[in-house]
Design a protein. Structure first.
Length: 340
């Protein structure tokens, strides 16, 4: 009897979608007490994309998914799991947005569900896809991080409305027997004792939908920015150092460091702590803002479409979000590159 070959999860393709409408810093100057200069200095954000009133999380996700599927070369009938990470689902808890996405792109009779891990959602999905594939349960997993964050932002609150944008990013994760194509390592963790630092209080079991919820703005995202900033820099830096040390990889050997695109100052602080060169660090926060679970796949898509991401090149993903949650991943890009 021949030995059973080990199965590895591989990152086969990427796709993304950003809505047509752009909300610039100049636009925000007319809405709240802020300035373009202040926003740029504090966050590095110049503009963000905002979904149309009749454009939902599932619509943006479906467009990103169609691209990822097309670029993978894998037929839709070969996809056996659909996963969506979002904190802005189409509906309150059910049906899941993953089910709606599956229907919109013509994938039926396949397991589909959502997860809620805020900005860490996409890397959390990678860990789930890896487990399903390496256990032999699934062969081709479609994952998507998608957010209509504008639906939970209070545009009279200058501390949050300047930060967030809408969008979606998707990927196909497939089984392979080639270890060189497989994920190298992945860390994911959480600490609920910091839950109040980044929270959407309602609707939910604690604050069911009511007139009081609307009147007091409990349906909008709330954030303690200074506390989040300090924890994010410390946690992201430590997590990256740990995953690199464990796998005996030096920071200078990472061609693509792709952190969650929340705030340029956080990204800069983490990159400096790791002694990363500017050309190693992927930056898209300036044109998309913080798109939560869509942030990292949208950034991967940017470097793929620009021809910067080549087949076999190593990606280091690092993210931090509400929960609090955080995660990091080391994996090669195993898909087809654009030659430019």
């Amino acid at each position: 009897m021949s030995p059973i070959k080990p199965i590895y999860a591989s990152f086969r393709s990427i796709g993304a979608y950003a809505p047509e409408k752009i909300l610039s810093n100049a636009d925000l100057e007319k809405m709240v007490d802020t300035t373009d200069e202040w926003i740029l200095k504090r966050t590095g954000i110049k503009e963000r994309h905002i979904a149309a009133a009749d454009e939902y999380t599932s619509d943006m996700a479906a467009k990103a998914c169609e691209l990822a599927i097309e670029r993978s070369g894998i037929a839709k009938n070969k996809i056996d799991l659909v996963l969506c990470a979002t904190v802005t689902p189409d509906y309150f808890n059910m049906p899941s947005t993953a089910c709606i996405i599956s229907d919109k792109i013509g994938i039926r009779n396949v397991q589909a569900f959502d997860i809620s891990a805020a900005c860490s959602g996409f890397v959390y999905l990678l860990s789930i896809a890896k487990a399903f594939i390496e256990s032999g349960m699934k062969q081709n997993v479609l994952i998507v991080g998608a957010e209509k964050f504008s639906s939970i932002v209070d545009y009279t609150d200058r501390s949050t409305c300047i930060l967030f944008g809408d969008g979606a990013g998707a990927a196909i994760i497939s089984a392979t027997s080639n270890k060189e194509e497989g994920f190298i390592d992945l860390h994911a963790s959480a600490d609920g004792s910091y839950a109040d630092l980044l929270i959407t209080p309602a609707p939910g079991a604690i604050h069911p939908a009511s007139q009081h919820v609307i009147d007091t703005g409990l349906n909008f995202v709330q954030m303690k920015g200074n506390e989040i900033f300090k924890l994010a820099v410390k946690t992201l830096t430590n997590d990256v150092k740990e995953i690199l040390a464990k796998n005996e990889i030096n920071p200078e050997d990472i061609p693509h460091f792709i952190p969650h695109q929340a705030n340029y100052r956080i990204i800069k602080a983490v990159g400096d702590a790791l002694k990363m060169k500017d050309e190693q660090v992927v930056l898209t926060v300036g044109k998309y803002g913080n798109t939560s679970a869509a942030s990292i796949p949208m950034a991967i898509n940017d470097i793929w479409e620009s021809g910067r991401l080549q087949t076999g090149e190593l990606m280091l993903l690092d993210t931090f979000g509400g929960g609090l949650t955080w995660a990091s991943a080391l994996l090669p890009f195993a898909g087809q590159a654009i030659n430019k």
